[in-house]
Design a protein around this ligand. Sequence first.
Ligand code: GLY
Length: 580
Amino acid sequence: MSTKRIYSYQFHMVRGLILVVFISQFFACSVFESKNYKEGKTVFANKAMVVSAHPEATRVGIEVIENGGNAIDAMVAVHFALAVVYPSAGNIGGGGFMIYRPVDGEVASLDFREKAPLAAFEEMYQDENGEIIEGLSLAGPMASGVPGSVAGMIQAHGKYGSLPLKDLIAPAYKLADKGFPITEKQANNYNHYKTVFIAHNQDSTNIPLVRLDREWKEGDVLVQKDLAMTLKRIQEDGQDGFYKGETAALLVAEMKAGNGIIELEDLTKYKAKWRTPIVGDYRGVKVYSMGPPSSGGIALMQLLKMSAHFPLGDLGFHQAETIHLMTEMERRVYADRAEHLGDADFWEVPKDDLLDDGYLESRVRQINSTYATDSEEVLAMNFDHQESEETTHYSIVDSTGNAVSVTTTINSGYGSKVFVTGAGFLMNNEMDDFSSKPGVPNVYGLLGGKANAIQAEKRMLSAMTPTILEKEGKLFMVVGTPGGSTIITSVYQTILNVIDHDMNMAEAVSSGRIHHQWKPNFIFPEKDAIDEATKSILESMGHSIKERGNIGRVDAILVNAEGLLEGAGDPRGDDWAAGF
Ligand code: GLY
């Protein structure tokens, strides 16, 4: 072969190779191939199921399982995908909790909740007169705790994962780098937040969710190149790709630019923690949920154990007496929460006392069956607050029966509203979940005191309630929801709907919800959740009722009587199930 022909041959080979690499990069969905799964709001399947807040994230998860991944692999892939396609709550700049039930083995719970920075202190959101500085714990760099999501995913994967981490983050990288078409809800939401984002970010020309040329509309492709590079660094360096190196430097620079207090040491010190799950029994069904620093598991178990004293099924779904009893139980549980619950690493949580059968029976005995108890010193809190109760939940069962329930958050919608410049992700405003001052409610109207006071490195109290139920030793339900203070009561109602009111998963998820949290002293029903006659009876019993918007978005999986998995995505959102 002449030299000229060799050069020509090599040139064509190299060009061909570049073309193949380019085409595969551009068109391959991920390293995972889809074979055959069903998807929708409600899906019945034999083997595996994923339900999350966004169809793209759900598809990523089910494709991981189809390609041999287990529930934890799917969890990692879904979590990173949600950080891209569901930025109002999906995150790498926030935290959360996981309950994992392997098909054979111990149930585990992982706490990857954010921590107060080392420089945090009890009165940090108060002025020199001890008054709360309005908004400081809610927006801007000061509102953020040290993020835990990346550490949580990587620690869970290290213990239980089976596929390479790099491959599990690949779908999220692709979604960020190439973009994805946004839904109508997302377009409206980004347009709504445009001025807020501009007000809280340094460079208005480079805010991922802001279009300066025109409004967003449905179908626009959202490309997030900086976020893609952050994901690539995590793919390459694992936990260090976030908590050290370039990502950490960008995060600390963002903090410094806006009086934030998170330093490099906060990031390098962050570790997710394995915790003992809260375990209890409700009418013969075993319940596993999250312990402190979430209040979710203890509060849920208190509610269920008290409910076991009443024939709620016979009393009927959303009948006045049922709602009265639920309200009275909730009133007592949220009062306990405000007083006793906080990060158990910093505060002695009287867990055994709170869950003691005798104690709960005494609480039940206090309930008057015909008249409402007065929540003393009722606050005139307006529950129609401006901040949305974002947070997101996903439920997964893999083809061998391992199940995982994860709730994750940056707190209210879009967290602190601050994107880390150059790294493309939103930071949380989780510091507002602390009690900034005793007696002053947080954004969800929740009260707290010493148990949940701010301290360096402490985790702020959460209401997140990822939960797994087991019946006769077998998986029965995987459940959880967003919704701030309403998370606990939404999970509680979903469980009652199935166990006491014989609903299937879709009915249990979609039916109307009601909430009470001790203070403010209102029953908050969703619009049309209870009829006028029932409202009148409740009012005659001494209850005050204040209708409100949607409560929660439950994404759950039930193993039904036929042994099929029924996945249900909440109709209140874009939530989506997929299974095979
Ligand atoms: N940020 C809401 C919660 O953790 O409960």
